[in-house]
Ligand binder design. Structure first.
Ligand SMILES: NC(=O)c1ccc[n+]([C@@H]2O[C@H](COP(=O)([O-])OP(=O)(O)OC[C@H]3O[C@@H](n4cnc5c(N)ncnc54)[C@H](O)[C@@H]3O)[C@@H](O)[C@H]2O)c1
Ligand SMILES: O=C(O)C[C@H](O)C(=O)O
Length: 332
């Protein structure tokens, strides 16, 4: 029997990530090739005409899985009945700006959209915040939507995770699909810690550790980390726009794995509400290694953390605590 359509909200749908993301969702890349979808597209009134253009193109593409499009500038209409909410809407970082610069503009948006989601989304709606500062926007959303379970509110660090996989694959000249279990710890910012200590590569003679294969700790502890941390800025420098196709694709990866599960023996990175695992302060949205099953994520436990990693985890946690304080000061 055909599945009921899932309602998927994309905020900021007239923007560049939105434009890349909505056809991916309508093609089944996010929720599977057997899952019909109804897209809810939200943007602000100045973008209403462009948003309508996106809707026209979705109709023109005649996606078999797409069972309807609600394109609106009304947040209540946009949030009503949604099962998945991908929060892309906001003010993007421009060349030379730090994430903190966009904080004031974005936290007030996330506060008001939290209330709309809380009141009007479907029960058990899963939320992914993409807009920067992603971890802190997600935290604000959580704080102002207290009836949404905290496990349902996440932020995107899968793009950083995928970037780390990509860098290892380029360095070793192996297929990216053969690399797994990198970890992004912490903030989706330049303080994040891309960790390869538990990452492996599938080789003809079995799985081997990335550290062993790269055999260059100076590169792994230095340039590799900086490349991944600074990749967003490098894309902005090259395109004069922030990443869009890779962000959209990674948002699909995040939701697909969350809903449909991670492959056996593989973990992914997700920004989730900290329960104090790995001595990360509770009460932050922090990127951890997670596995997913039956629509629930679980932090991978028991990984060894050496002194180098400990310092990096502490630094990114500290930045997130500062962002949290700054966000609250912007709200008052
Ligand atoms: N977490 C990640 O990995 C990641 C990666 C890339 C970009 N980003 C962030 O994603 C966000 C979107 O990037 P983009 O390149 O698509 O930006 P964009 O400027 O092209 O699009 C943003 C859209 O949001 C809309 N918008 C603004 N305020 C809104 C509101 N209150 N409600 C609904 N829509 C609103 C704008 O009108 C615009 O259409 C930015 O914050 C960017 O920094 C995050
Ligand atoms: O760095 C940015 O602001 C853009 C985005 O978060 C990215 O990682 O590409």
């Amino acid at each position: 029997m055909a599945k009921e359509p899932a309602r998927v909200l994309v905020t900021g749908a007239a923007g560049q990530i939105g434009y890349a993301l909505v056809p991916m969702i309508a093609r089944g890349i996010m929720l599977g090739a057997d899952q019909p979808v109804i897209l809810h597209l939200l943007d602000i009134p100045p973008a209403a005409e462009a948003l309508n253009g996106v809707k026209m193109e979705l109709v023109d593409a005649a996606f078999p899985l797409l069972k309807g499009v609600v394109a609106t500038t009304d947040v209540v209409e946009a949030c009503t009945g949604v099962n998945i909410a991908v929060m892309v809407g906001g003010f993007p970082r421009k060349e030379g700006m730090e994430r903190k610069d966009v904080m004031t503009k974005n936290v007030s948006i996330y506060r008001s959209q939290a209330s709309a989601l809380e009141k009007h989304a479907a029960p058990n709606c899963k939320v992914l915040v993409v807009a920067n500062p992603a971890n802190t926007n997600a935290l604000i959303l959580k704080e102002f939507a207290p009836s949404i379970p905290e496990k349902n509110i996440t932020c995107l660090t899968r793009l950083d995770h995928n970037r780390a996989l990509g860098q290892v694959s380029e360095r070793l000249n192996v297929q990216v699909s053969d690399v797994k279990n990198v970890i992004i710890w912490g903030n989706h910012s330049s303080s994040q810690y891309p960790d390869v200590n538990h990452a492996t590569v599938k080789t003809p003679s079995g799985e081997k550790g990335v550290r062993e294969l790269v055999a260059d700790d100076a590169w792994l502890n230095g340039e590799f980390i900086s490349i991944v941390q600074q990749r967003g800025a490098a894309i902005i420098k090259a395109r004069k726009l922030s990443s869009a196709l890779s962000a959209a694709s990674s948002a699909c990866d995040h939701i697909r794995d969350w809903v449909l599960g991670t492959p056996e023996g593989t973990w992914v990175s997700m920004g989730v509400y900290s329960d104090g695992s790995y001595d990360v302060p509770p009460g932050l949205i922090f990127s951890f290694p997670v596995t997913c099953q039956h629509g629930e994520w679980k932090i991978v436990q028991g990984l060894s953390i050496d002194e180098f990693s400990r310092k990096k985890l502490n630094a990114t946690a500290e930045e997130l605590s500062e962002e949290k304080a700054l966000a609250y000061s912007c709200l008052s």
